[in-house]
Design a protein around this ligand. Structure first.
Ligand code: AMP
Length: 243
């Protein structure tokens, strides 16, 4: 359902982004419940504008796979669908923001998730100088659609292509179309863990949304549409707020 040709998608975003693709949108925060498509939008924006996608969930999963001390600490918490302590995720982000590819802009995905993280990030960005403020984009979707997106999600461990057994199945069941690898389901993509993550999201995101709304830097877009339409709306609303 979410598919659109790259050419028409590019055109839609270019039209929506009046200052030109080379300029970039600065620092963007994508907010939304698990499965709403934040990662997809972030990767597309990364491709279009060449600014990095910072996903604390991805960093934590790679720490778990590498078996680092942080990964061992986070593993149980993530399996239960709970939140990793602010101090750990802030440390991950602080390290990432020292890398030069983030200086002109980046897309935060899954961070900040709590008011404490949001306040910490504002302070950290203020130290980096003027013009580094965040625009928060909330992506919204009905609960029943989110549940199918999450429980149907399968990923190729080789090329990271993401499928969905309901909306976007592979040609051969359980196997990646590109390299034939056996697809895997994230351990936290079960219905039970999804409901726990939704509860945590709803409880904790309200103050984060309120924080950016009070600063006049929050916009909300409907996520139940083709990828390109959502991206074009994000581009135009961010451009408007940056003027
Ligand atoms: P995600 O891939 O963003 O859905 O994150 C997967 C899991 O990583 C979450 O359910 C949390 O356990 C943990 N996590 C990721 N980002 C954060 C964050 N900003 N604060 C706390 N926990 C996080």
């Amino acid at each position: 359902m979410d598919h659109q040709s790259p050419a028409s998608y590019q055109t839609a975003v270019e039209t929506a982004w009046p200052v030109g693709l080379g300029t970039g949108p600065g620092r963007i925060l994508l907010l939304g419940p698990p499965g709403v498509g934040k990662g997809t939008q972030a990767r597309e924006m990364e491709r279009l504008w060449g600014i990095p996608h910072i996903s604390t969930g991805d960093v934590l999963r790679s720490k778990v796979t590498q078996g680092t001390s942080l990964g061992r600490l986070a593993q149980g918490i993530m399996k239960r669908g709970e939140l990793v302590p602010d101090s750990l995720v802030c440390e991950i982000v602080a390290t990432r923001l020292q890398e030069p590819d983030t200086f002109c802009g980046c897309i935060f995905d899954g961070f900040p998730r709590t008011l404490g993280q949001a306040v910490w990030l504002e302070g950290r960005l203020a130290e980096l100088g003027p013009g580094s403020s965040i625009i928060a984009v909330g992506i919204r979707m009905a609960h029943k659609h989110l549940l199918r997106r999450i429980t149907g999600r399968r990923t190729c461990p080789m090329c990271q292509t993401v499928y969905n057994v309901y909306f976007n199945p592979p040609k051969r069941e359980g196997l990646c179309d590109i390299d034939g690898a056996a697809l895997v389901q994230r351990t936290d993509d079960s219905e039970q863990v999804f409901e726990e993550r939704m509860r945590a999201y709803e409880m904790l995101s309200a103050p984060v949304v309120g924080h950016y709304r009070a600063l006049g830097r929050f916009v909300s877009v409907n996520g139940d549409r083709p990828i390109g339409e959502i991206a074009a709306e994000i581009a135009s609303t961010v451009a408007r707020l940056r003027q």
